[in-house]
Design a protein around this ligand. Structure first.
Ligand code: 5GP
Length: 118
């Protein structure tokens, strides 16, 4: 089992957060440093370090990230206008926390993809 992460501590309540969703596979909470009017993190409860580490056993949890993203987008009232889902992987991908998570970002029109040097 991978090591406990800052997101594990949020999921189990050791670190406080604006928890928006929790079930047996995933949890969702507001990003502490929002990059848009709505910025939610949807994380697997299992601390999988990155997409590079997923196995077929994880497919239910990974699929749940999308169904919960859609549910939260509807609840926030941003589903119809649209939003962006991002999964960063590793150093070049800009991943800071080694625990798989999906960013749900919305509430405004998004710009480009933000390549370094672009
Ligand atoms: P990454 O760069 O790994 O894809 O994204 C990590 C995200 O986690 C960042 O957007 C960062 O603001 C958020 N984050 C880091 N520490 C905390 C925390 O303690 N609480 C919350 N709610 N978000 C955090």
């Amino acid at each position: 089992m991978a090591e406990e992460t800052i997101f594990t501590k949020i999921i189990n309540g050791t670190i406080p957060s604006k928890l928006m969703y929790h079930d047996d596979l995933v949890s969702a909470f507001a990003d502490i440093s929002p990059k848009a009017p709505q910025h939610i993190l949807i994380v697997t409860n299992k601390p999988i370090p990155s997409v590079n580490d997923v196995t077929r056993e994880d497919e239910a949890a990974l699929g749940r990230l999308f169904t919960v993203a859609a549910k939260i987008a509807h609840e926030l009232g941003i589903a119809e206008d649209g939003y962006r889902l991002i999964v960063n992987v590793g150093r070049n991908g800009g991943q800071e926390v080694p625990h798989i998570h999906m960013h749900l970002i919305g509430g405004q029109k998004m710009g480009g993809f933000g390549f370094a040097g672009a």
